[in-house]
Design a protein around this ligand. Structure first.
Ligand code: FAD
Length: 513
C-alpha cells in the first residue's frame, strides 16, 4: 500500500517522529502552491524563504533515504488548490492513505478536514512543535475572554521547569521586564553587533515567481539572508546566544536610526526558523539557558528571563488565543476602525521618520523588531483608526515570520485592540513623546515632536488625543488610563479644540504625511 505524507511549508520540523523510520511505501510531499503565494500579497523575501526552506528540507529527507516528491510552481500550475493537487496525486500514485500534520492556520485546517477522497484514508498527526499540547488550549483559553499572559507564562515556567528553583522563580521574581527599557546611548550605538546573515542563492525561485506572475512586494535579493535549513538555523541560534543574548533584554525596546545595524539590534531574528519549525522552541530555550549557566559573567537573569518569556510565554500564548477564538477573531473590530491604510505603508515614502525607518527596513529585510511593529507602525494605525483588515493584510504579507496564528493576535489583538481586550487590557497607544524616549528617530525628523499643532507638529501628538477622545467612554473606566483624561481636561478649551482640529486635518490626508 502507498502512503502519501503532506508536509506544509511551515512544517519543516526535522525532528518529527515521521522521519524516524524509512519506509519505501511512504512518499513525502512538499509542494509550492499558488493558493499559498496568493492568499495575501507577500514580501518577496518571505516567499523565497519558505520555498528555499522547503527545497532544502526535501533534499535533506532524500539524503536520509526517504522517498520525496518536491513540486515547484511549474509542477502545480494546473492544480486549482491544495485539495485538487492531493486528489490528483492520490489517483496518479494509487495512494491508500494520506497523512497530514494538523495545520497551524485555521484556513488550512478547514481545507484539509473538509477533504475526502474516494478510497483514501486521511490521518491527522501532530506537528510535534509547540510546548502547550493542542488539546490543552481549550482549558487555558476561553473564547472571548482575556487570559493574563503573565499567569499563563508562570504556569508554563512551572510546567516545563524553566528558570525555577523548586517552585520558586529563579532570581526571586517572575518578571524582570522593568530592567529592559533602556535607550541606546551613542556608545551603545557604536558597539552594536553586525547581524549574522546568510547568502542563500534564490535566483531560480525569483525567476519562477516572475514566470508565474506571482504578485509580491519588497526588495528582492538574489542572496537571501534568512536561514533556510537546520544547519543555518542552529548557527543563528548559536550566534544569538553568544553575541546578542548578553544585551537582549536591556535594549529590547530600544530603536535607533543611526547605525547600519539598527534593523536588528540585539534581537534573535529566529522567528522565521521557529515558525517554519526548523527549530523547536525548547531547543532554543535550552541553548539560551546553557549560555546563561555557562556565562554568568556575561548574561544576567534579566536577559535570559526576557528571552524565555518571549518564547515560552508570548509565542505559546498567542497561539492559544488564536485557536480559542477563531474564526470570529479575524473579523473583530472593537474600535470600529474603517480608514484605509496610507499608501506609504507600501513604499516607506513618508516624512515621519519613525514610520519611514520601520517601514523602510521592513521592505528591505522583511523584518522589523517587536517594538517597531507594535509602537511605530502599529501605533500609527491604531491612532489613525485604520481598518484592521487592511492592517492585518499588511503585517501578514510583509514579515518573513508572518503566519496567521501568530500575526493575527499580535496585530488585531495586541496592537490594534480590535479584539476588545482579549490579548491586551489596554490599547498600546502613544504620542510622539514615547518614540522620543525610546529612539533617536525624532531628532532628524521633518516634524517636531514637541508640538501638538502647526504644520510641523508631530502627527502622532494630535492623533493620539483624537484617538483617546474618540474612545473616551470605553477607555476612561480603565484605572490605568484615567489619568490621561484628567490631563486632557486640564488643558484650555482653545488648546483642546486646536489639537482636535489639527488631528481632523491630518486624518483627511493620511496619504500625504
Ligand atoms: P526576538 O525579539 O529575538 O524574540 C525571540 C522570539 O520570541 C521570536 O523569534 C518569537 O518567536 C518570540 N516572540 C517574541 N514576541 C512575540 C510575540 N509578541 N508573539 C509571538 N512570539 C513572540 N511574530 C511572528 O513570529 N510572526 C508575526 O507575523 C508577527 N507579527 C506581529 C505583528 C505585530 C503588530 C506585532 C506587535 C508583533 C508581531 N510578532 C510576530 C511578534 C514579534 O514582533 C516577532 O516575533 C519578533 O519581532 C520576531 O523577531 P525576533 O525573532 O528577532 O524576535
Amino acid at each position: 500500500p502507498q502512503r502519501l505524507r503532506l508536509i506544509l511549508g511551515d512544517q519543516l520540523n526535522p525532528r518529527h517522529s515521521w522521519y524516524r523510520q524509512q519506509d519505501s511505501s511512504v512518499i513525502y510531499l512538499l509542494a509550492e502552491l499558488r493558493q499559498e503565494t496568493d492568499y495575501t500579497r507577500h514580501h518577496v523575501q518571505k516567499v523565497c524563504a519558505f520555498f528555499a526552506a522547503m527545497a532544502g528540507f526535501a533534499t535533506a529527507l532524500k539524503k536520509a533515504g526517504h522517498r520525496v516528491l518536491h513540486l515547484t510552481l511549474d509542477d502545480t500550475a494546473d492544480d486549482a488548490d491544495l485539495p485538487a493537487l492531493l486528489r490528483r496525486l492520490c489517483q496518479d500514485l494509487e495512494i491508500q492513505q494520506l497523512d497530514y500534520q494538523r495545520p497551524d492556520e485555521y484556513r488550512l485546517l478547514q481545507q484539509l478536514r473538509a477533504l475526502s477522497i474516494d478510497g483514501v484514508t486521511l490521518v491527522e498527526a501532530d506537528t510535534e512543535h509547540f510546548l502547550l499540547p493542542f488539546d490543552d488550549i481549550a482549558q487555558q483559553f476561553k473564547p472571548g475572554k482575556h487570559r493574563k499572559m503573565e499567569f499563563f507564562y508562570r504556569d508554563m515556567r512551572r510546567r516545563f521547569q524553566v528558570l525555577m528553583d523548586g517552585d520558586q522563580p529563579r532570581g526571586g521574581k517572575w518578571n524582570f521586564d522593568a530592567d529592559n527599557r533602556n535607550r541606546l546611548s551613542t556608545e551603545d550605538i557604536d558597539a552594536l553587533p553586525q547581524a549574522l546573515c546568510f547568502s542563500n542563492k534564490v535566483d531560480s525561485i525569483l525567476q519562477r515567481l516572475q514566470r508565474h506572475g506571482v504578485d509580491t512586494f519588497g526588495t528582492a535579493s538574489k542572496e537571501l539572508l534568512w536561514p533556510v535549513n537546520r544547519r543555518q538555523a542552529e548557527e543563528l541560534l548559536a550566534f544569538f546566544c553568544d553575541a546578542l543574548l548578553p544585551l537582549f533584554g536591556r535594549f529590547q525596546d530600544a530603536m535607533t536610526g543611526n547605525s547600519p545595524h539598527a534593523w536588528s539590534l540585539y534581537h534573535s531574528r529566529l522567528s522565521f526558523a521557529l515558525n517554519a519549525k526548523l527549530l523547536h522552541p525548547m531547543q532554543v530555550i535550552d541553548a539560551a539557558l546553557r549560555a546563561f549557566e555557562n556565562h554568568p559573567e556575561a548574561i544576567d537573569i534579566a536577559q535570559i528571563e526576557g528571552f524565555v518569556r518571549q518564547i515560552l510565554g508570548w509565542r505559546e500564548y498567542v497561539r492559544g488565543v488564536y485557536w480559542a477564538n477563531m474564526p470570529d477573531y479575524q473579523s473583530r473590530n472593537a474600535l470600529g476602525a474603517t480608514r484605509a491604510l496610507p499608501r506609504w505603508f507600501w513604499d516607506g515614502n513618508t516624512r515621519m521618520r519613525c514610520q519611514q525607518q520601520a517601514i523602510g527596513q521592513s521592505l528591505e529585510f522583511a523584518y522589523a523588531h517587536h517594538i517597531q511593529r507594535l509602537m511605530v507602525t502599529g501605533n500609527f494605525c491604531l491612532l489613525a483608526g485604520i481598518d484592521p483588515d487592511e492592517v492585518d493584510q499588511w503585517y501578514l504579507g510583509i514579515y518573513v515570520d508572518a503566519i496567521e496564528w501568530v500575526e493575527l493576535p499580535n496585530t488585531r489583538g495586541m496592537s490594534q485592540f480590535a479584539d476588545g481586550g482579549i490579548v491586551a487590557t489596554k490599547a498600546y497607544s502613544a504620542s510622539g513623546n514615547y518614540l522620543n524616549k525610546m529612539s533617536d528617530y525624532c531628532g532628524d525628523c521633518h516634524y517636531n515632536v514637541k508640538q501638538k499643532t502647526g504644520e510641523r507638529a508631530c502627527p502622532l501628538n494630535s492623533l493620539y488625543w483624537d484617538f483617546m477622545l474618540r474612545h473616551r467612554a470605553q477607555f476612561e473606566r480603565n484605572p490605568r488610563v484615567g489619568m490621561v483624561y484628567r490631563n486632557w481636561d486640564r488643558m484650555s478649551k482653545d488648546k483642546r479644540e486646536a489639537v482636535l482640529d489639527h488631528a481632523g486635518g491630518l486624518l483627511a490626508k493620511l496619504d500625504e504625511l
